[in-house]
Design a protein around this ligand. Structure first.
Ligand code: S3P
Length: 177
């Protein structure tokens, strides 16, 4: 029988890619990162796409890739932080598997992404303010997941264990959480 996918949503800098890769390794599933898929398909980086065609175009491409990813089985899917801004994406991802939202405090997010230049939406004079603003707008989408984990003070390994416990539903794991 085909395994139920794991889908990771959450804001930038919450650990989706790192956690997703480790989960895929543990479960022997294929790892799919929608941002990387977009870059491969377009032959350009996310920053270049934002810079030349703009965010609306990026969201169109993202929705197409989300539809393709959601049709796969036996995969761990890591998504871009803004994927929840379109209800159709969320519907597809929810139907595609076990939906996990990773969270972190705005200050922690800022700390994690500071020094990085590949996230065009945060290349603004006051990124902390922008993080808080986007978190509010996206709250409804993020809160519709099957499981939410705050990664602010958790090491990646602990986050992976928590996801696995809930996903696999093991009794002994539940007790360890
Ligand atoms: C975005 C998050 C990014 C990427 C793009 C837009 C967002 O992905 O999709 O820069 O709108 O939050 P990560 O969450 O993987 O950084």
């Amino acid at each position: 029988m085909a395994q139920r996918n794991i889908v990771l949503i959450g804001f930038m800098g919450t650990g989706k890619t790192e956690v997703g890769m480790r989960l895929a390794e543990r479960l022997k599933y294929r790892f799919v990162d929608t941002d990387r898929w977009i870059e491969e398909r377009m032959g350009r980086t996310i920053s270049e796409i934002f810079g030349t065609e703009g965010e609306a175009f990026f969201r169109e491409v993202e929705s197409g890739i989300v539809a393709e990813a959601a049709a796969l089985t036996g995969v761990v899917i890591s998504t871009g932080g803004g994927v929840v801004s379109r209800p159709e994406n969320l519907r597809r991802l929810k139907a595609a598997g076990f939906l996990v939202c990773l969270r972190a405090e705005p200050e922690t997010i800022l700390q994690r992404i500071s020094g990085e230049t590949h996230r065009p939406l945060l290349q603004v004079p006051d990124p902390l303010q922008e993080i808080k603003r986007l978190l509010i707008i996206r709250e409804e989408g993020y809160s519709s997941s099957d499981l939410t984990i705050d990664t602010t003070v958790l090491a990646v390994d602990r986050v992976v264990e928590k996801v696995l416990c809930h996903y696999l539903g093991s009794q002994s794991c539940q007790e360890a959480l």
